[in-house]
Design a binder for this molecule. Structure first.
Ligand SMILES: *Cc1c(COP(=O)(O)O)cnc(C)c1O
Length: 426
């Protein structure tokens, strides 16, 4: 499938008059249509809620759009909890799925009434000591170990992952939690990442539903929700077939009717914690070609770098690139598209066939709406870019300004770096 940007060259030429490149741009229309489709795909389950994984795109404007489609928030740190709380999300619509959790974060999660999803058996004691009780509603993260395989060959390795309770620990943990006063239980698992197949959620659901029935029968606890977590992927490469959330929702519905309903558990709510699927395709990084370098290879230097988008440097991840205005030109030039960090892995593309790029061309790096801006950092003293929202009426709203040197130096409390510069205007 050809990957088309959601923005035109003409629109970008207009936007850069106010907001210079690089920036992340989000597509409000796409976000809304997709959030609506997710809600509809699981409408068969009255308790359904998508707890958007805040770490994917921690921006209050984005959270507020998703809130209109009844999304909650999935948080993994105090600042993410603060962000969700500040935007008016009800405590029970905030999931705290963290691991290696410090005491102050459990305290804070409890204070705002978030649902706590324990990552480990030993955290039962740790939580009780930290907040002085076991909450009435509690969830545990399950890791069955081994290898998770799907029929199309996609697999992942839960046995190698640091997260979750083993099966034995889960049964023992629920018993203990029940004795300590927990009333409503949740089961959570994240067994494969970025799955581009409609099969993942239904397969995971089947496994979790079977465990839930056993837990109900053997421990006698009331399972009130099952959290399928994240892991639903997007088609980063043009040859991949995108997931169809309607098919996924129906697949989960089928196993729900097969396993939970006959066990008298037709009241269990399904929760999800998608990040990537909710946002990745509806964001792009817009950058400008500023240098071309002809040495042992052909390089195009752009004004963005790994600080703005880390996935290619970190995982060798593929992000499709469109050279605006040259969508229909032949891709007869082989380039490495690089950023400016003093790291040779700071490349958005390696040996990529693209149209001939001229200096000043705008490049759209696709699918950066999740785990894009948010993974950013400040290596080489590079500053994070702005985030812009392309609204449904075609106008553009700044939803996070770009960092300035002042932000970068703000944590040196005892030095006024800017004031002590020879020429502070620089
Ligand atoms: C990262 C994460 C998610 C979101 O994952 P996606 O792949 O973006 O859908 C959900 N839940 C937990 C606990 C996570 O760590």
């Amino acid at each position: 499938m050809k990957k088309e940007p959601f923005v035109t060259k003409e629109q970008i030429e207009e936007i850069v008059k106010t907001y210079p490149t690089p920036f992340h741009l989000y597509d409000e229309k796409g976000i809304r249509e997709n959030a609506k489709a997710v809600k509809e795909a699981f409408a068969w389950n009255p308790g359904f809620r998508e707890y958007f994984a805040v770490k994917a795109t921690p921006n209050p404007f984005i959270l507020n759009i998703l809130k209109e489609y009844d999304c909650g928030c999935d948080c993994a740190s105090q600042t993410e909890l603060m962000l969700a709380d500040s935007q008016g999300f009800d405590g029970k619509h905030i999931m705290f799925s963290s691991n290696d959790t410090p005491a102050y974060e459990y305290k804070f999660a409890d204070k705002i009434g978030a649902i706590i999803n324990l990552d480990d058996f030993t955290h039962i004691d740790f939580l009780e000591k930290t907040i002085g009780k076991i909450p009435e509603t509690i969830s545990c993260r399950y890791n069955p170990g081994g290898v998770f395989k799907m029929s199309n060959g996609i697999m992942d390795n839960p046995g190698d992952a640091k997260y979750g309770f083993t099966t034995e620990q889960l049964f023992e943990g629920f018993k203990i939690l029940k004795e300590k006063g927990a009333k409503n239980f949740g089961i959570h698992a994240f067994l494969a990442s970025n799955t581009v197949t409609n099969e993942y959620y239904p397969m995971l659901a089947k496994q979790l539903f079977e465990v839930a029935v056993k837990l109900k029968e053997e421990v006698g606890c009331h399972i009130s929700f099952i959290n399928l977590s994240g892991g639903v992927g997007v088609n980063y490469t043009p040859d991949q077939e995108p997931n169809d959330i309607r098919v996924i929702g129906e697949g989960v519905h089928k196993v729900y009717d097969e396993i939970l309903v006959p066990a008298g558990m037709g009241d269990v709510a399904i929760y999800t914690e998608m990040g990537r699927f909710m946002l990745a395709p509806y964001g792009c990084l817009v950058t400008q070609a500023i240098h071309e370098k002809h040495t042992h290879k052909e390089y195009i230097g752009v004004d963005a770098c790994a600080v703005n988008l880390m996935r290619p440097a970190m995982y060798g991840a593929y992000h499709h690139i469109t050279v605006l205005g040259k969508d229909n030109s032949v891709c007869d030039h082989k380039y490495d598209v690089t950023g400016s960090l003093c790291e040779n892995n700071d490349k958005f593309a390696v040996d990529r066939m693209l149209p001939k790029i001229d200096m000043g061309d705008y490049l759209v790096i696709h699918d950066t709406g999740a785990h894009g801006y948010s993974m950013g950092y400040n290596y080489n003293g590079k500053l994070k870019s702005a985030e812009l929202l392309l609204k449904e009426d075609g106008s553009v709203q700044l939803i996070r300004r770009a960092e300035t040197p002042k932000d970068y130096f703000a944590t040196f409390d005892c030095f006024d770096i800017l004031k002590n510069m020879k020429d502070p205007e620089k």
